[in-house]
Design a binder for this molecule. Sequence first.
Ligand code: PEP
Length: 265
Amino acid sequence: MRISLTTSKNNTMRKQIAAANWKMNLTYQQAEKLLDEMIATPHELKDGQLAIFAVPFPYLQLANEKLGGKKNVFVAAQNCYNKKSGAYTGEVSVEMLTSMNIEYVVLGHSERREYFNESNQLLAEKINICLDNNINPIFCCGESLSIREANTQNDFVGKQLEESLYHLSAEQIQKIVIAYEPIWAIGTGKTASSEQAQEMHAFIRSQLAKKYGNDIAENITILYGGSVKGNNAAELFSQKDVDGGLVGGASLNATEFVAIINALK
Ligand code: PEP
C-alpha cells in the first residue's frame, strides 16, 4: 500500500508519523489483544499521516492480518540482516520481509548498536539492502548522556548520519525516515524538552540540506524518540522540525498510543 502525500500544516510534503516500537515485548496472545484494542480505539489518520507498527518478527503476519488494508497504517520489522540470503542462522532477510509486504524496517536503534555492536558501517550496508528491495528504513540516531553532557551531540549525530547515509543518492535519501532518539531519554521517563528536540532536528535537517539541498532536506521526515507519551506528544510534535515520534513503552498501551497518533500535526 502506497499513500499519496498532500501538503501538511508545516507546508512541506513530509509525512507525519507515529511509529510504535514494541521491542521484545508481549506474548502472541497479548499482541493480538493490543492490536484489537488499537483498532477499537477511535483514531484519525489524515492524509500524509502514518501509523507504523514495528512488531517482533513472529508477529508480523498477525499484525498484517489485523492491520492490513487500514488507511495509512503500516507494519514494520525492528531489524533485518545485511546479507541477501544463506547460512546465517537466526537472521531475517529483506527478501523475507518484502515477501510479507513489509515496507518499513527500523535500523540502528541504540539498543541494537549497544547490545549487538551495530556500527555505522554495518548500518550503511543494511540501509543499502533495504533500499535495493524497496523497504524504507527508519534510521535511528542519537547520543548518550555523556556526549550530551560534553555538548558534543551535534558532532556525534552528524557522524552517524555521514557514515550511514551520505553515500545515498538524492533519490534514495528521500526514502529514509530519520528517528532522533537521545539514548538518555529512551525508556527512562526523561523526555528531551521540546526545545532540545527541535534544536537537534533543525541541526539534522541543516546537515541534510548541506549534503542534498534545501528542498530535499525539507521533505525528509524526522521523528523524535525518547519517552514520548500521550501527554507530551502534542508539545513535541508542535515543533517545526519534529514530524512525529518513534515510541517504545507507550506503544504497548492502546489508549496511550492512540493519543500519540491523534497528536500528529
Ligand atoms: C524506543 O524504543 O525507540 C523508545 C523511544 O522507547 P521509549 O518510548 O520507551 O523511551
